[in-house]
Design a protein around this ligand. Structure first.
Ligand SMILES: [Zn+2]
Length: 317
């Protein structure tokens, strides 16, 4: 069963926490650092083989009756958790995306009675342009600047590997990556994802057209420094969903997100047929309030069970 107060599952006599480190067994949805506390606290972890590998750990074979893991999109190894009990069904998405990417399979929409969903983008202003259009713009940008050095800002875990794969496949380019991203690229390769990249500092890297660095290191000032050092024009860019709503000090900001936006989050909620929706991770209070305002039986993670049933029941698409 799902325990509303603790925000965790009870299955086979075991308390399973969801992206926190409080359970006897801790479900870790994916390898981003805001979800991996359980690994650092050395708790027993339930996760995908890929996530164990990306965290530098041996995969665990632990299984629980009635509990299954399902693709979540977002990044390599990301999973949702689904539980079937005598009294009903439960699903938790973690960070998710309904689109295939270069390195991860799209999330399945899981039919369930109770849905705990990542609510980071569950507000009407959170919309991303079509992924295909963003990628086409990025390809054009890299190819149009073949005489310049192109520097992308992208997070070292997940987004950097997605960019490496995009640059390999669509632009025929092997980019230079920083040391943290290179370590993660090596872990992706261990999981069977082919990536062609160069490590910063090598002789080959000095001749490369495209680099990927952590976002805080990519701005007009670093672009100017690099241009002076290399005697070449430098074009700076970021690839992040936040570019849809925020300004960045770079030549081009591409809103390439690995999250479901508002429309896809609503699609998941409706198509799941959930009678109760629990908002978790970022913006849970605002998201739950919004969902209630449109007639969905929604609460925040950790709130007691709601008494009211909703018009969502039976609305499966
Ligand atoms: Zn994430």
């Amino acid at each position: 069963m799902y325990d509303f107060q603790s925000g965790s599952l009870h299955a086979g006599g075991v308390r399973v926490s969801l992206d926190d480190a409080d359970g006897e067994l801790c479900f870790v949805s994916h390898a981003h650092s805001d979800h991996t506390e359980a690994f650092f606290k050395k708790r027993e972890v339930l996760s995908s083989r890929e996530t164990f590998t990306l965290m530098g750990k041996e995969p665990s074979e632990r299984k629980l009756n009635g509990i299954t893991l399902h693709h979540a999109g977002h990044m390599l190894g990301a999973r949702q958790i689904f539980a079937r009990f005598d009294g009903g069904t439960f699903a938790y998405t973690g960070d998710f995306s309904l689109h295939d990417s270069y390195t991860a399979r799209a999330a399945e929409i899981l039919a369930c009675d109770t849905l705990m969903i990542d609510s980071t983008y569950c507000l009407p202003q959170m919309r991303f342009p079509k992924r295909y259009d963003v990628l086409a713009r990025m390809e054009k940008f890299v190819k149009a600047n073949s005489n310049a050095l192109v520097v992308f800002g992208a997070y070292s875990t997940g987004k950097a590997q997605e960019l490496v794969s995009f640059l390999n496949r669509e632009c025929g380019v092997a980019p230079v990556v920083g040391s943290r991203a290179a370590k993660m690229c090596a872990a992706y390769e261990k999981c069977g994802v082919r990536l062609d990249y160069l490590e910063a500092g090598s002789e080959e890297a000095k001749k490369a057209q495209v680099s990927i660095l952590p976002p805080p290191e990519v701005n007009f000032a670093t672009g100017a420094k690099m241009a002076a050092a290399h005697g070449k024009p430098v074009k700076t860019a970021v690839a992040t969903g936040w570019a849809a709503n925020s300004r960045f000090p770079v030549d081009e900001a591409f809103p390439l997100s690995d999250h479901a936006d508002f429309a896809d989050t609503m699609r998941y909620i409706y198509e799941s047929g959930a009678k109760t929706v629990i908002c978790a991770n970022a913006n849970p209070e605002a998201a739950a309030r919004y969902l209630r305002s449109i007639g969905i039986n929604a609460i925040e993670k950790g709130e007691p069970a709601p008494g009211v049933q909703t018009k969502l029941a039976g609305m499966q698409a």
